[in-house]
Structure formats: structure tokens, C-alpha cells
Design a protein around this ligand. Structure first.
Ligand code: ATP
Ligand code: MG
Length: 569
């Protein structure tokens, strides 16, 4: 995507639906509807059940289901399970769950391509009868040799001119298991001199004596992707078969297949650019390696960008939809900055989640003039910008915890927080003025002594004087202790994803475990997957993996600040 396109796409999100400029796919759909090529819009998401879905798939799901919704059409989830060597049923459930979680509605429109094997076979027979397909006995090496190169045309197979009858008989024999794997294939009869190598008599069917997870041993011939996919689309009445750019060169073959296999409203293929994120690993091979080497704790490790990982990290479906919207749909490959994804989750959570207090690196604050042993309960708004989230009571007492870096014995210039003689507001509570501090043998501050002014209680309307800083705190006797994990990019930003020798360039600080954190007691009640803003520290989510083990881990979704800004109009 060029910079200009990014700006347009991003600025769109501030406009309402009617004002938005349409993307090139919507323009194409409008044209198709206006010209009567189709009278509806039917899209699909066609994953191969051979791995977990990632952020790139999320883009495709959101794009396809979004178009169906916008044009009041239909959206299908179709498992493209035509290759018996790679697919596993275990992925069917995880993919289905991810698609539902993203909010893409397919209702009962859930399909399996392997249910169409009979129709695919019939369509192959139809092509033979039309003289458009033939059984070829060349082996794989010979087929490659005959295919020619980008600069040289291919040569016709010596089996190309078999009669229709002979082809029908041989193809049936293939189906009936009379031949070994690799001895015969069914090929389209197109043009061995075509400048597009995909059109040089591509293979439609191959022999593979394998058990398929759905059809068992019924078939020993399986269709190739370029033949199967257009037929799957046509069977389901798909209008716009949206795929990624690498299939652009296959479009003439897609059209050839649907135009020669007799459909009333054949589907059309439309390509868009894949979504790539900077400094992120999406390749299955690499993620597998990270899991095996124990760098991450599974395919859903919060530092990865599989949909399961993003969910565990605390991303919401709304934030991912917003992200896809800000990225836009383009015809040119490019990478999107990870900070843009972070921006979207921050924007989504800032109004929706309660703002709680947690101190990650605590030191004690003792308020010398506050009565010993007394605890009072203060009112705290859950989210100052969103009154709908209500309020809660937080305990306050003589001994509190504050962040280590919110106190300096000798303040640096412009430091506005606590230092001897300086007064700050304790969030939701009182003004306190630091008096002195205690230190350990290494000179580290362990306790800060302060006094408070009872007149300055938050919400009391006190206007006597102002302070420059507000800090957060947690009452010591009721503080809840839980593990906190700070995540950084898994890949070193500066050096890129891969080293020259092909190894991955792992950031040694991609996860920091904090065992010292203290939090206000309400957080004890948090449930698996709940998320919160920890004021001044970031957004955090209760890790669902450890919750099951009865241990509370709060993982950082995203920090509070970023220099990233969505480009404005
Ligand atoms: P991967 O190899 O990364 O898992 P894939 O293309 O093999 O991806 P499929 O299950 O074959 O995965 O793809 C399902 C759909 O998702 C296809 O329509 C494909 O075009 C789309 N898709 C895959 N990766 C991306 C991406 N990075 N951005 C947008 N769409 C994608
Ligand atoms: Mg794939």
C-alpha cells in the first residue's frame, strides 16, 4: 500500500458508512450488480484445516463477512479439505471458534469441500466429454520437462490426443484404484504455448491412495487446488471469490474451469494484498520451532499473532475489526506497523474497561498523621470518561504502596511527583506531602514517610490549593498479590525477523515476569480473560491459560503510551 492509500483508508474510519469512500472490491461489486452480472453478493472464507488462524486470516474473515453484511448477502465458512496429506480435524474446531469469536456470522452456512468430491468428479468427466481434458501417463519429471519455462513454450504431451472414449475409460480406472500413485494424471487441454505457465495443460486430478479424514477410503484420486477451488465456489453460488495476490496468475485458469463446467452464474475471483505486520512471525514453520524450543508456551502464547494468541493476550474482536478497517484493502503488498494494532486495542479498551490501581515495583508510603489501624473506604469512579461503568470502594489506610519511581529523595529538574517537601494527590484520595525516607544497606529507598491533609479528600470539592502531580497507590494490609507479565516484541525490532543464517532473531526481553506487584483487592475477583486498565501502567488481561491452573497472571496487552498516530485527513 502506498502512503497515500494508507492515509485515505485510515481517515475513512472517522467517517460514517455513507461518507466512506469505497474500496476497489466494493466498486467492482457495485458494477457487477448494476450490470446484472449478479443479483446478490455471496462470499466465503475457505481455510485449509492445517493450522491455527492468524491476524492475516482475520483480515480475510472480516473482509469477506463484512461485504456479505454490507450488501445483505451471504457468507460461508468452508473448510478446504481436499488434500488428504495435510489436514487434521483438530483444526476444524479451533478455526470455527476463531471465526465465531471475530463475529463473522455464517449461521448454518458451514461447508466442507470434501463433500463435493462427487460433483468434482462429474465435472471432470464433463470436461473429458467436451474434449477439454485427457489422461496423461507422463511421470512428474517428464511433465515438468514438457512444461517449458518462462521464456520457452512447452511441448504437447504424447497422450494429449487420446480419444474421449479412451480418456473416459482411463479416468474411471484411475478412480477405481487400478493404477499406482504417480502413474497417471488427468490434465486440462488448454495451451502448452501459453505465456501463462498455469495454462499449460495443468493437472486436474492425481492418484493418491490415502485415507481422507472425511471421506475415508472412498477416493484414491484427489482434485488439485486450481480445479477444486473454483468448483467449490460455483457449487455454493459464491459471486466474489476473494483471495490473496499470489493467485492473480491463476485467475485465467479459475475462469477456464468455471466457464467450461456449465454454471448459470459462475463466480469470479478477486485478489487483494495480504496483510503483513512488521517484526512479527506468522509462518507456521517458525511458530512450530518457537513452540518446540520452548521460546513460547504454545500456539496461543500472548506474544504471537494467531487469533487464539491475540484473544489470550486480551485483544477484542472490535479492536481487530477496527484494525482491519484502518489498514484498508489494497492491491499492493506492504507491511503494517505493529504499533497500529496496539493503537486499535488501546482505543477500544480505553472507554470500556475499569481503571484500577496496581503498583508494579512497590515501596511503602507511611502517612505518619493518619490514625493507626484505621481503614476507610473511598469512592472511586471506574472510568472517568465513561460514567456508565459506575464506581467502586477502595480501602485507604496509614500504610500504602506506591511505585518506586514516584519518589525521589533528590528530584531531577521538572520532577513533579513525591520528594521531601513536595505535595501530590493520591488518586481518588488525599494530598500527601513527603517528609523523609528510610533506606536499606544498599541505599535503596524502602519506606517514604509523609503527612496527609484531611481537607483535601477527592470529591469533597476542596479548592484551597493545587498540586502538580497525581500518583496511584494500593493500601498495604489488603493488597492483592499476583504475577504480572510485561510483553515486548518477540523479534528484535532493530534487526528484523531473520538473521543472515536463517535463524530467528529473538528478543531476549520479550517477556518480563514481575512477582512484586500489589493491586487493589477488587482485582482478586477478576475472571479468566477479564481485562483492565492499570492506571499509568497499561492494559492488562487475566491469562486464561494459567487461570485454569488456579493461578492469576495478568499479562500486559499494551502499554499506555505510544507515539503512533493514525494519519488524519
Ligand atoms: P498460511 O500459510 O499463512 O497459514 P494460507 O494462505 O496457507 O496461509 P489458507 O488456510 O489457505 O492459509 O487461507 C485461507 C484464506 O486466508 C485464503 O483465502 C487466504 O488468501 C487468506 N489469507 C491467508 N493469509 C493471509 C494474509 N496474510 N492476509 C490476508 N488474507 C490471508
Ligand atoms: Mg495454506
Amino acid at each position: 500500500m502506498s502512503n497515500n492509500e494508507t492515509v485515505t483508508a485510515a481517515a475513512d474510519t472517522t467517517l460514517n458508512e455513507n461518507e466512506k469512500s469505497k474500496n476497489f472490491i466494493e466498486n467492482l461489486i457495485d458494477k457487477d450488480l448494476a450490470e446484472g452480472r449478479y443479483d446478490t453478493v455471496a462470499t466465503r472464507f475457505p481455510p485449509e484445516p492445517n493450522g491455527y488462524l492468524h491476524i492475516g486470516h482475520a483480515k480475510s474473515i472480516i473482509l469477506n463477512s463484512g461485504l456479505a453484511e454490507k450488501y445483505h448477502g451471504t457468507f460461508n465458512l468452508r473448510f478446504d479439505d481436499t488434500n488428504p496429506t495435510k489436514e487434521k480435524t483438530e483444526f476444524v474446531e479451533s478455526i470455527r471458534k476463531d471465526v465465531e469469536w471475530l463475529g463473522a456470522k455464517f449461521d448454518d452456512r458451514l461447508f466442507f469441500a470434501s463433500d463435493y468430491f462427487d460433483t468434482m468428479y462429474e465435472k471432470a468427466v464433463l470436461l473429458i466429454k467436451k474434449g477439454l481434458a485427457y489422461v496423461c501417463d507422463l511421470n512428474a519429471d517428464e511433465i515438468r520437462e514438457y512444461r517449458g519455462t518462462l521464456t520457452e513454450p512447452g511441448k504437447n504431451s504424447p497422450y494429449r490426443d487420446r480419444s474421449v472414449e479412451e480418456n473416459l475409460e482411463l479416468f474411471e480406472n484411475m478412480k477405481n484404484g487400478m493404477y499406482e500413485d504417480g502413474t497417471h494424471v488427468l490434465r486440462a487441454k488448454i495451451d502448452m504455448a501459453s505465456p501463462n505457465i498455469n495454462m499449460r495443460d495443468p493437472i486436474l486430478y492425481r492418484i493418491a491412495h490415502m485415507t481422507h479424514h472425511n471421506t475415508g477410503d472412498k477416493w484414491c484420486i484427489y482434485p488439485m487446488y486450481d480445479f477444486a477451488h473454483p468448483i467449490e465456489d460455483a457449487i455454493e453460488g459464491i459471486t466474489h471469490s476473494i483471495c490473496t495476490l499470489e493467485f492473480e496468475d491463476h485467475r485465467p485458469l479459475y475462469d477456464w474451469v468455471v466457464n467450461n463446467t456449465d454454471w448459470v452464474h459462475p463466480p469470479r475471483q478477486v485478489e487483494f494484498a495480504k496483510l503483513y505486520l512488521t517484526n512479527v512471525v506468522t509462518g507456521k514453520r517458525y511458530i512450530k520451532k518457537l513452540v518446540e524450543e520452548g521460546v513460547v508456551d504454545g500456539w496461543d502464547d500472548p506474544r504471537l499473532v494467531s487469533i487464539a494468541a491475540l484473544r489470550r493476550r486480551g485483544f477484542t474482536p472490535e479492536s481487530l475489526r477496527f484494525f482491519v478497517d484502518t489498514v484498508g484493502v489494497s492491491k499492493a503488498n506492504s507491511s503494517v506497523d505493529y504499533a497500529q494494532l496496539e493503537y486499535c486495542i488501546r482505543e477500544d479498551l480505553k472507554m470500556k474497561r475499569p481503571r484500577m490501581m496496581a503498583v508494579l515495583d512497590p515501596i511503602k508510603l507511611v502517612i505518619d498523621n493518619y490514625p493507626e489501624g484505621e481503614i476507610e473506604y473511598l469512592d472511586a469512579e471506574n472510568n472517568l470518561e465513561n460514567p456508565e461503568l459506575g464506581s467502586r470502594k477502595i480501602p485507604f489506610g496509614r500504610e500504602l504502596y506506591i511505585e518506586r519511581d514516584d519518589f525521589m529523595e533528590e528530584p531531577i529538574p521538572k520532577y513533579k511527583r513525591l520528594y521531601p517537601g513536595n505535595e501530590v494527590r493520591l488518586m481518588h484520595a488525599y494530598f500527601v506531602k513527603a517528609v523523609s525516607c528510610e533506606k536499606d544497606e544498599n541505599g535503596n529507598v524502602t519506606v517514604v514517610h509523609a503527612t496527609y491533609d484531611p481537607e483535601t479528600k477527592a470529591g469533597s470539592g476542596f479548592t484551597g490549593r493545587k498540586v502538580k502531580g497525581t500518583i496511584h497507590w494500593v493500601e498495604a494490609s489488603s493488597a492483592y498479590r499476583a504475577e504480572v507479565r510485561q510483553y515486548e516484541n518477540l523479534i528484535d525490532e532493530e534487526k528484523g525477523v531473520y538473521n543472515e543464517d536463517g535463524t530467528m532473531n529473538i528478543n531476549p526481553n520479550s517477556m518480563t515476569i514481575i512477582n512484586t506487584a500489589v493491586m487493589e483487592p477488587a482485582l482478586k475477583e477478576a475472571k479468566s480473560g477479564d481485562s483492565f486498565q492499570f492506571v499509568r501502567n497499561g492494559f492488562y488481561c487475566v491469562d486464561s491459560k494459567y487461570f485454569k491452573e488456579g493461578k492469576m497472571v495478568f499479562g500486559r496487552i499494551v502499554s499506555m503510551k505510544s507515539s503512533f498516530k493514525l494519519p488524519q485527513k
